[in-house]
Design a protein around this ligand. Structure first.
Ligand code: SAH
Length: 244
C-alpha cells in the first residue's frame, strides 16, 4: 500500500466538531504527529504510533511526517481547529520541495472548524460582515507588523479575530493591542473573550473596550472584536449583513 500524508484539523475541542473526513483519515492512519496536547486528543489503538512533540518543532515534524509517508506509512499531522489557520499545513509546504520525491507524495489538507468560527457561533454572528484574523504572537513576525495590521484593520472597520492573544512569555503585548484598539475604535466597541470554546472549560465574556483588561485573555482564548455596527440582541452579539 502506498503512503500518504494528511494534515488534519481536530476542531476547537468537542469531538462532535471533528469532520467525518478527519475521523476517516485517523481511522486508517499508521502514525499521528503533532503538538503533544493535540496528539493526546487522538484515541490510541493497536497499529497506531503516536508522535507528540514540542510546539516549536514544526518544520522538523513536517519532515518527519513526509519521511514516514515516503516509506509507505499513512501519516496524519494533527492541528487544533483548522490546519491552515496559524498551524501545520503551511509548515508542510515550506519543506515539501526539500526532497524531489516528496513532491510526488499524496498530500491532503483536511479542514477543521477554526477557533474564531466556533467562538462566533457561540456568541451569535459577530463575524457576519467583513472580518480579518490576526495572530498576536510575535514568535514568527516582528511586533511592528502586528501593530500595523491591527491599526489598519481597525481603521478599515473590519471585525477582528485575535489568535494567541497573550502568553506568559509575552505578558505585555496584549495590553498594547487593547490601547491601539481604544485609540482607533473608541470605548464602546464590543469585545468577546471566548475561552476554551466547546470544551468543559468554556467561558464566554462580552464587554466593551472600556471594560476590557488584558487578564481576560490567555493562550486558550480567541478574542473577537466587533466592527462599528456590531450590537447585542438579548444574549446574542451580531454584526449586520450590510454596511451603512
Ligand atoms: N489552528 C488553530 C489555531 C492555532 S493557534 C485553529 O484553527 O483554531 C492557537 C490559538 O487558537 C490559541 O491561542 C487561541 O487563540 C485559539 N484557540 C484554539 N482553540 C481554541 C478554543 N477551543 N477556544 C478558544 N480559542 C482557541
Amino acid at each position: 500500500m502506498s503512503g500518504w500524508l494528511a494534515i488534519a484539523g481536530l476542531g476547537p475541542g468537542d469531538a462532535a466538531l471533528i469532520t467525518p473526513e478527519v475521523s476517516a483519515a485517523l481511522a486508517t492512519a499508521t502514525d499521528v504527529l503533532g503538538y503533544a496536547p493535540y496528539v493526546a486528543r487522538v484515541a490510541a489503538r493497536e497499529g497506531l504510533s503516536l508522535h507528540g512533540s514540542d510546539n516549536r518543532e514544526e518544520l522538523d515534524r513536517a519532515r518527519h511526517a513526509l519521511r514516514l509517508a515516503a516509506r509507505g506509512r499513512r501519516a496524519v499531522i494533527v492541528s487544533s481547529g483548522d490546519p491552515g489557520v496559524f498551524a501545520m499545513a503551511a509548515a508542510v509546504f515550506e519543506v515539501l520541495e526539500e526532497q524531489p520525491e516528496w513532491l510526488a507524495l499524496e498530500v491532503r489538507v483536511l479542514p477543521g472548524i477554526t477557533a474564531m468560527l466556533a467562538a462566533a457561533a457561540k456568541a451569535g454572528a459577530p463575524l457576519g460582515h467583513d472580518f480579518c484574523a490576526i495572530n498576536l504572537s510575535d514568535n514568527l513576525k516582528p511586533w511592528a507588523v502586528i501593530e500595523k495590521r491591527l491599526r489598519l484593520a481597525a481603521k478599515a472597520d473590519f471585525a477582528m479575530a485575535f489568535y494567541n492573544p497573550r502568553s506568559r512569555a509575552r505578558p505585555d503585548g496584549f495590553a498594547r493591542v487593547l490601547d491601539v484598539l481604544r485609540e482607533e475604535c473608541g470605548p464602546e466597541r464590543l469585545v468577546m473573550f471566548a475561552r476554551a470554546v466547546s470544551t468543559k472549560d468554556e467561558r464566554m465574556t462580552a464587554v466593551t473596550l472600556a471594560e476590557a483588561v488584558p487578564e481576560m485573555a490567555d493562550m486558550r482564548t480567541v478574542v473577537l472584536v466587533g466592527n462599528s455596527q456590531t450590537r447585542a440582541a438579548g444574549r446574542f452579539i451580531y454584526t449586520p449583513r450590510a454596511a451603512p
